[in-house]
Design a protein around this ligand. Structure first.
Ligand SMILES: C[S@@+](CC[C@H](N)C(=O)[O-])C[C@H]1O[C@@H](n2cnc3c(N)ncnc32)[C@H](O)[C@@H]1O
Length: 444
């Protein structure tokens, strides 16, 4: 084998150098693949002596699909290795948008893409063309329309995209977004006020949702104005919990609040959380989670595959109840489930009915009462322990850990919610936050 320019030989005899290239080709929308993946691709082309799939170009010769194959071909040819290459496939008469979509569709199915990256790509397409129907973007990005709708709502709440009145469909037709007409003059006035905050005059969702979006925007703006803080022992990250790199058996307790949606249970995330708990918890460590009731059976079954069932606490509140239409129930309490990794380790006594609280949703619609979270942290971990909340929302568990002298690591996948958690922690560290909700815990 001859020596390669600035390169190195791999065990399998294929070299990779000058990778990833500095330039970003126009239709290379997902970035260059990791070097190891490129090495495997180059190796397989070198071994077979031919490029099996032709690259796809437009009429100007700009590559739309096949940048990596093309680069491998160029490098191997420069190295004196003869590679058969099929004639490039030329796509004629496509618009810029159609070329982009072709490139995305081809690569989204082929490449290994994290959920976070997929959402970023969806967001990018929505920023470019907010009027594309959700289903169309879903097809391009290889996910479902619900995910696109979710990302759209987030972007709308941050005013990154306008709320559109008409959607473009893939078949060339347009369809009007659902316009909801307020029922009373008072409601109409509120809707106008909230739409102004959001920065649009199209009302495509319910007055309640419009108020929610306006509140979200106000909260995001308040949180975004604060600089980030770093606290040695309170580590909060803006990522999916699946991407948290925690060492095996390093966490003493996972104290969390899982999303109560069918989507979360059915998408396999619940199973991933159970597997993560099994891996990162110390023997005898606890997983404590708030849970909705509708899918409680699935939640219990999934966690019990990896952990041991422990007990249930009851969280209840004064004031407004939640109406669960599926069961015609006026709901005023929530289960908090406790599992242990392996045998239950004896602890100091604790009480399983928490004193009723008043709802505090000032930071997040799913915010849990701090006195309750304090209680869970205090009873299921010890000072100095490492506590994890993989879905930290507004960061209630992080705040409790900071107050109660536990080390903390947690993740939140949504950028804006993460910023709110960061801002809340910031405030806490400066000792600005009212401490009154702390008092209730002592009564338990
Ligand atoms: C029920 S909320 C938590 C609320 C929190 N207990 C509080 O007091 O604010 C669940 C959170 O998990 C986040 N989430 C969902 N799936 C996630 C994942 N795979 N990784 C990280 N965060 C996730 C959601 O964005 C949401 O903010």
């Amino acid at each position: 084998m001859s020596q390669l320019p600035d390169g190195f030989w791999h065990d399998n005899g294929v070299a990779v150098y000058d990778y990833p290239p500095q330039h970003q080709p126009k239709y290379q929308l997902l970035g260059w693949m990791p070097v190891e993946e490129f090495r495997s691709l180059k190796l397989s082309i070198a071994i077979s002596g031919k490029m099996l799939t032709p690259i796809v170009v437009d009429e100007d010769g700009e590559i739309i699909d096949g940048h990596h194959r093309d680069l491998a071909f160029v490098q191997l040819t420069n190295e004196g290795i003869k590679i058969e290459r099929p004639v490039p496939h030329i796509l004629k008469g496509l618009s810029e948008e159609e070329k982009r979509h072709f490139a995305l569709r081809a690569n989204m199915v082929r490449r290994q893409i994290t959920r976070q990256k997929r959402r970023e790509i969806i967001a990018e397409e929505l920023r470019r063309s907010p009027d594309l129907a959700n289903q169309w973007i879903a097809e391009i990005s290889g996910c479902d329309g619900k995910t696109v709708a979710e990302v759209r709502k987030e972007l709308e709440s941050r005013s990154e995209i306008p709320t559109v009145a008409t959607f473009r469909r893939r078949d060339g037709k347009t369809c009007p977004a659902k316009v909801i007409v307020p029922r009373t003059a008072r409601q109409a006035e509120d809707v106008r006020k909230h739409l102004k905050v959001i920065g649009t005059d199209v009302s495509t969702c319910s007055p309640k949702m419009i108020k929610f979006l306006a509140d979200e925007k106000a909260r995001n703006e308040a949180a975004a104005s604060l600089p980030p803080i770093t606290l040695k022992d309170i580590d909060i990250r803006n990522c999916w919990f699946q991407d948290l790199d925690l060492a095996p058996e390093s966490v003493h307790a996972i104290i969390t609040d899982i999303p109560w949606e069918q989507d979360f249970t059915e998408s396999g995330q619940l199973a991933e959380l159970a597997a993560m708990a099994d891996r990162v918890l110390v023997p005898g460590g606890f997983l404590v989670t708030y849970s909705g009731q509708l899918y409680l059976d699935v939640v219990m079954a999934e966690f019990c595959k990896k952990l041991k069932w422990g007990w249930q606490l009851c969280s209840s509140w004064e004031g407004e109840a939640s109406i669960i239409h599926h069961r015609q129930v006026v709901n005023k309490h929530l289960p908090i489930l406790v599992f242990s990794k392996g045998e239950w380790k004896k602890r100091r006594k604790w009480v399983d009915r928490l004193p009723p609280t008043t709802k505090d949703k000032s930071l997040y619609r799913d915010q849990r009462p701090l006195p309750e979270v304090d209680y869970l942290v205090e009873k299921f971990s010890d000072p100095g322990d490492l506590v994890c909340d993989p879905m930290l929302g507004s960061g209630s568990t992080a705040i409790s850990c900071f107050r109660l002298n536990r080390r903390f690591v947690g993740s939140e996948m949504k950028d804006d919610i993460f910023k709110r958690a960061m801002a809340r922690l910031h405030k806490e560290v400066r000792n600005d936050e009212p401490q009154s909700d702390h008092a209730q815990q002592k009564e338990i």
